[in-house]
Each structure stands twice: as C-alpha cells, then as structure tokens.
Design a protein around this ligand. Structure first.
Ligand code: KG4
Ligand code: ZN
Length: 329
C-alpha cells in the first residue's frame, strides 16, 4: 500500500510517500523558519501564504524522490488538527483536491498522534508506553495502550516547553527557533540560579499538568538584573525545564507501572533531555525511545505512516465536508 502524507499544521510544508513494505520513499519538508525568525515565532498569515506557494512544488518533489506516479497512490493522509487553522486548511484543501481527482480514500490524522507514532518508522515499541510530546505548540503526557487507545494524562496550562525555549531565547537576544540555540549555549554554562520547577511533585489533578509561563517570567527577571552570563542563564533555565519534563514522565511510569517511554516532538531533540531520560531510565528500569531527529520535528512521513495504520487497522476515511480543527483532544 502506498500512502501520501500531507502536513501543514504550523510553519512547515511537508509531503511524504510511505510504502507499507519499503518504508519512507520520500519525506520533503519546506521550512519557513528563516521567514518567521524576524517575528521570533510563527506569524500565521505569513505561514498560510507560504504553504499556498509551496504545497504543489513540495508534492512534486516528494513524488519525484519516491519515483512514483500520482496514480500509484492508494490513499491520502492529511493533518486535520490541531494547529493554526489558516495553515491546516491549505493541506486539507490540497488533500481534498487529490481525493476528488484520484478517487482515493482521504484519511484524517491528528498531529500529536503522528508525532508519537513516528517512533514506529525507526523501531518497534511494545504497548503500553508513556508518551511525552514536547514541541513548540504542545507539552502533553499520554499512556498509549494501542493504536487509537490513548489515555490523556495532562498537558500545559499555559506555554508549551518549546514555546518557553523560543521566548527565553528571544529575551536573551539569541534568535529563532530558540531550542537548538539554548541547547548549545547551555553546554558552556553552569546552573548558577535554581529556577522553580513548576508543578513538579504536585499531587492531585495537576500532577501531570505543566506550566512554563512563571518560569519564563523568573528568567526575565534574572536577565533584567544583568548579573549572570547568557550561558549560565540558558543552563539554569534548561535544567529547570528538563527536570520537570523528565520528573513528570517518571511519575507516570511509576504510577502506571509501565516499562517503555516514547519522547516525541521538536524539543525531544534536546541533548540534555535525552541524557537525563536515559540516565533515569537506567536508574528506574524503564527504556526510553526517541525518533531520529528528522522525524522529531514537523514532517509528513509521520502523517503518512499514521494514516496508513488508520486505513489498514480501522478503515477510517473522511469526505469533502470535513473541516480542520485548531484544537482537538
Ligand atoms: O515539533 P516541532 O518541529 O513543531 C511544532 O509542532 O511545534 O517543534 C518545534 C519546537 C521549537 O519550539 C524549537 O525551539 C524546539 O522545538 N526545539 C528544541 C530543540 N530543537 C527544536 N528545543 C530544545 N532543544 C532543542 N535541541
Ligand atoms: Zn509538531
């Protein structure tokens, strides 16, 4: 089976061809990161205009790289939620046009679900596992019991972890996206300030929720004092974020007695996060799985693959009346 995947939920235009026996045949991503750098974050109207310009060339390249004809495709998988609505509708419209012209099934994919299932493109992980999804738009914890059998444990009450990285980088005048820059800079710094670990160790309904906006303000206050070097502030901030992300995931592992953890989304590229997770996994006897870097950030291979599973295992398809959704549990 050959599935075409389309991803336009944020600022990356992605098209991928997935083959059920041969794996990923192509995975083309056109990044708008340089364009958005001047805003220090994603500017929705600009993102939508770029998707409109890029979607057909990216589709063309994905087909060429895969060495297949459009007519060989058995289905079209598209991100329908969550994301910037003005961006989502570009990919959904393209997918509907393909459905109409090819008369092939259209399969809906949830962006977060796809981030989690991207792991299966590189290795098999046994169910159930705890999934931590950390990106520019999301910080969420789930128990994944099987395909389409998910338990939502909690998520951020304000900023996402990646968003906090991007905002702190902007406050330090470091550029965008902030995650990789802070990751690198922190290696040269020391944890000179013990920033708060928001909601870590919390009992009750917030035990699996996150909150990074107070931490961001605490960092702002330190920057304004002009006492410490950027490296040290970056390191101190990163230690706090990583402690919270790893700590809450370990709490979920222990509470539910689970042996596998999958960490997905753009922030899972963070070197300190990976290091700490592997160390805790050894200490507490659970195994941690990270998708390779090119599958951590937004891409359409994860959409094509998740769509493939949905069609094969559930037979779910949608019609032309389907709309994208900015939010969807
Ligand atoms: O998954 P992704 O590509 O897009 C979203 O769906 O948001 O994630 C992008 C986010 C950005 O906030 C970026 O700063 C962050 O992932 N990021 C990192 C690292 N690489 C990317 N954050 C921390 N450390 C990194 N090495
Ligand atoms: Zn994403």
């Amino acid at each position: 089976m050959i599935i075409l995947g389309i991803e336009t939920s944020c600022d990356d235009t992605g098209v991928s061809v997935f083959h059920s026996e041969k794996g990923i045949l192509s995975n083309v991503v056109s990044s708008q990161v340089k364009l958005h750098a001047q805003w220090g974050g994603v500017y929705p109207d600009l993102a939508a205009r770029e998707h409109t310009k890029n979607i057909i060339p990216v589709l063309d390249n994905a087909l060429k790289e895969a060495g297949i004809d459009l007519l060989d495709i058995d289905g079209i998988a598209v991100t329908v939620a969550p994301g910037l609505i003005v961006s989502l509708v570009i990919g959904i419209s393209a997918a509907k046009a393909l459905k109409w012209s090819l008369k092939k099934p259209l399969i809906p994919v949830h962006h977060i679900e796809a981030h989690i299932f991207a792991i299966f493109l590189s290795e098999e992980v046994e169910f159930p596992f705890v999934a931590l999804v950390v990106s520019g738009g999301h910080t969420e914890l789930y128990i994944i019991k099987g395909f389409e059998d998910y338990l939502y444990l909690g998520g951020t009450l304000d900023d996402a972890a990646g968003e906090a990285y991007d905002k702190v980088a902007r406050m330090l005048g470091l550029g965008y996206p902030g995650g990789p820059i802070i990751d690198k800079l922190a290696k040269e710094g020391k944890e000179v300030i013990k920033f708060p670990r928001p909601l870590l160790g919390e009992k009750g309904k917030n035990r699996f929720n996150f909150s990074f906006s107070g931490l961001k303000s605490a960092v702002m206050r330190e920057i304004e004092k002009k006492i410490y070097r950027k490296e040290d502030i970056a390191r101190s901030f990163q230690e706090a974020v990583v402690d919270v992300l790893v700590g809450k995931t370990v709490d979920a592992v222990e509470e539910f007695g689970i042996k596998n953890v999958v960490v997905a989304g753009g922030v899972s590229a963070n070197s300190r996060l990976r290091e700490k997770f592997l160390k805790e996994g050894k200490r507490k006897n659970f195994s941690v799985h990270f998708p390779p870097l090119y599958l951590c950030t937004d891409n359409a291979a994860m959409i094509a693959y998740t769509g493939y599973r949905r069609l094969k295992e559930k037979g779910t398809t949608i019609g032309y009346d389907f709309e994208g959704k900015a939010r969807l549990r």
